[in-house]
Design a protein around this ligand. Structure first.
Ligand code: BGC
Length: 758
């Protein structure tokens, strides 16, 4: 009898315990394991599901209206744990606060577990989805600054303005290395160099995350897009890439590894495919490499609709449901679905059918809850009112101006055409001169960044910045241009430039983001080339030198235009203070110091990076019958950028000149400002392996330091190199530094060192 009772008692107790732990207890207890043990499968899968705002809100006459029945359906009926981005454009901070608090009210008051929801945003160059926020230069421009401290400051301000908007998770920074300039997201990268991307990426992550995600100064960052997104074979967005494993490891994994070591909390997956496998389906990349080798512990989030696309576009899954299975098995934790509940429904079915284990679900939910906990959402789920004081401070503009000034890159300055004296008459022309959108590029108050009506009042264009530098009387103008319509009358231009001392011609690219920015030709568009020819003709007749100012998200070929102009400024997408920075540089209020973060191609069919292999450097045949010659011949190489002053490099020493496995060598060089103006200079150390078992690059950037020198003064700049700084991925896919000779190069000087691991 006794035994019988015990048999009855045990299951009864178990049922009671389950009922108890699954009872409607608030999620105040932030012990993740306890929380997990109380959650139903549906509640767990809801945490893994991310929807876009338009599933629960609509816009009417520019007002955002939250549709409460839809919010309840998402959060209560479908347990959705996170939402993201905007319906179509940026909102005021007040609007953000209202909607976030309203959504959170449903999570906190009307759900069984009371787990706070998480809002996510793309704030990729400032809090670009909050009206009146400060927009900074895009990453490509930041790469040109060679100033990681400044990059960190931009990210810190972005974090403050995002958090002040009530949002705690930012899908930034892009850590893809920009080695294919056709790619329409080139401007979102820090450029083509691995080391530069590592340094700037880490600076950005530190700026976003600070030391405590609970702080009102911080947001969670997102390393994206893991991995191999930036080098599609056809140069298009979300297209296939074939990247040999050795190249993947040498060029594309290191920025993620550095960010993981810097404790970045989340990671977004590449939308496209690498070597025939969509990255969302790659257990090898998402689990074995990312978690196994790189030691990543944080949240892995899919990109937009990419699970579904494994069925619809990539065709590796015969059904959407199978795509869900593949992606979760591969390693994603959260899916930006983002339009419906399909991912949620299929994943629940898959677990119930035993095709995915609940343990696997627990792993992901644990990471997501941990993130929410670290962000302080359990303690303070609602908008933190005290964060509002961090929005829109005047000093942010100074940082944006510093960043734009330090990025703008002077590529040509024949006979010191620049700077222009402010007493001169300047004629300004070209679509870039009157465009705010071409200064700010992608992700600027709208996704595509093309609608200037959302921009803060009173922002300067290049034309208005020039006008304020020289005054109305010296400012000459013909008419407004548009990137789509550059019609002009060349005779009218000739007339309008008759009294001009200088012509500033502003060309380049208007804003675009992602796939809509695909192009088939890297040449500067024909309409702009026609305008440029007309302007240069008028300039010649009227003896007014032409200064070309390019605002652009990627290099557009200007080989034929370059000889016709006297000076060239490449301004990237320099952000809200970009026009002022250009004005300051044109008229000598600021001495330019940006250095190209990419190799500027001369021909659309001749694209290569500065760190190419020896084979691609030059080839010559002198036998008369077969004579030929080819050499690496870009318009300008990575690292190029002029100043209004001159710097002289001397005394390069390498000491000791023998490097051991545990030691380091000091490379030092003296840099002198030999001109008449104070100036900043990025001192860059390149190295090359003279012989190696995998063909060495002609050179690789291994370190840089930016210095500021008054005229006539000099500074000794020192770098420490260890064997890791000289390592490469060997034939066995492992990092190695091989014994032998290396050359180090700084500012045209060369030194040698010998590495021996003994
Ligand atoms: C982009 C991501 C972005 C995501 C969420 C995607 O289209 O590829 O970079 O973070 O949308 O908006």
């Amino acid at each position: 009898m006794k035994r019988k009772y015990i048999y009855l008692l045990v299951p009864a107790l178990a049922i009671c315990m389950v009922l108890f732990v699954r009872s409607a207890k608030p999620a105040k207890d932030t012990d993740i394991e306890v929380l997990l043990s109380r959650m139903t499968l549906e509640e767990k899968v809801g945490q893994m599901t991310n929807l876009t705002l338009s599933t629960i809100a609509r816009e009417e006459e520019n007002n955002l209206i939250l549709e409460i029945p839809k919010v309840k359906d998402a959060i209560i009926a479908h347990n959705i744990g996170s939402f993201q981005n905007v319906v179509s454009h940026a909102y005021s901070v007040e609007t953000w606060h209202t909607i976030i608090n309203q959504i959170q009210d449903v999570s906190m008051k009307e759900t069984r577990m009371k787990i706070p929801f998480l809002y996510c945003i793309d704030a990729v160059h400032g809090a670009n989805y909050s009206l009146n926020s400060t927009l900074f230069p895009h990453n490509l421009a930041l790469g040109a600054t060679r100033n990681p401290e400044l990059v960190k400051k931009c990210a810190e301000i972005t974090a403050k303005e995002v958090r002040a908007s009530g949002i705690r998770y930012n899908f930034s920074p892009v850590l893809d290395v920009g080695r294919q300039p056709l790619w329409p997201r080139f401007a979102e990268t820090f450029g083509e160099d691995v080391y530069l991307t590592k340094v700037m990426g880490v600076a950005s992550i530190k700026g976003y995350e600070g030391s405590d995600l609970k702080s009102i100064n911080s947001v969670a960052s997102c390393m994206k897009h893991y991995v191999g997104y930036s080098v599609p074979d056809n140069g298009k967005d979300r297209a296939s890439a074939n990247i040999p494993e050795i190249a993947l490891r040498e060029y594309f994994l290191p920025s993620f590894k550095a960010a993981i070591d810097a404790k970045a909390h989340t990671l977004m997956v590449n939308s496209a495919e690498v070597n025939g496998v969509p990255v969302h389906a790659s257990k090898y990349l998402l689990s074995d490499v990312l978690r196994g080798e790189l030691g990543y512990k944080g949240v892995v989030i899919s990109d937009w609709e990419d699970v579904k696309k494994m069925h619809e576009r990539h065709r590796v899954a015969e059904s959407y449901k199978e795509a869900v299975r593949l992606s979760v098995e591969a390693g994603i934790d959260m899916c930006i679905v983002p339009m419906d509940f399909k991912f949620y429904e299929y994943l629940i079915e898959l677990v119930k059918e035993g095709k995915i284990s609940e343990d696997r679900i627990n792993q992901s939910v644990r990471r997501i809850l941990e993130l929410k906990k670290e962000l302080g959402l359990f303690e303070k789920p609602y908008v933190e009112k005290e964060a509002l004081k961090n929005f829109g401070l005047a000093e942010y503009k100074t940082v944006a101006l510093d960043a734009a000034r330090e990025s703008v890159t002077l590529l040509k300055n024949t006979n010191q055409t620049l700077p222009i004296a402010k007493s001169k008459k300047v004629f300004v022309i070209g679509p870039g001169s009157v465009s705010l959108t071409a200064l700010n590029g992608a992700w600027s108050y709208t996704w595509q960044g093309k609608e200037s009506k959302y921009f803060p009042q009173g922002e300067r264009t290049i034309a208005s910045a020039i006008r304020s530098e020289i005054g109305d009387d010296n400012f000459l103008y013909y008419k407004d241009f548009d990137f789509r319509d550059s019609t002009f009358n060349v005779e009218e231009i000739r007339k309008a430039t008759e009294t001009a001392d200088y012509i500033v011609l502003c060309l380049g690219e208007d804003a675009y983001a992602e796939t809509p920015g695909n192009i088939k030709d890297l040449n500067l568009p024909a309409a702009q080339m026609r305008l440029a020819k007309g302007v240069c003709w008028a300039g010649k007749l009227n003896k007014a030198p032409v200064i070309l100012v390019l605002t652009s998200g990627r290099p557009r070929i200007i080989r034929e235009l370059e000889p016709e102009v006297s000076a060239i400024l490449f301004a990237y997408w320099p952000g809200s203070q970009g026009a002022s920075a250009v004005g300051d540089i044109l008229f000598g209020d600021y001495n330019p110091n940006g250095k190209l973060p990419f190799t500027y191609p001369k021909f659309p069919g001749d694209i290569n990076t500065y760190d190419h292999k020896q084979l691609d450097e030059a080839v010559e045949e002198t036998v008369p019958e077969y004579k030929y010659y080819y050499k690496f011949d870009p318009q300008w190489e990575f690292g190029y950028g002029l100043s209004y002053t001159t710097f002289e490099y001397s005394n390069l020493t390498v000491s000791p000149d023998k490097l051991t496995a545990t030691g380091s060598v000091k490379v030092s060089v003296t840099v002198k400002n030999t001109g008449k103006l104070a100036g900043k200079e990025s001192v860059e150390l390149y190295a090359r392996d003279l012989y190696a078992s995998v063909t060495p690059s002609v050179k690789r950037l291994r370190a840089f330091k930016k210095i500021n020198l008054e005229p006539g003064t000099s500074q000794v700049v020192e770098f420490q190199l260890t064997k890791d700084d000289l390592a490469f991925v060997g034939q066995n896919m492992k990092w190695i530094t091989e014994a032998g000779e290396f050359e180090v190069m700084v500012g045209g000087l060369k030194g040698k060192l010998n590495y021996n691991d003994k």
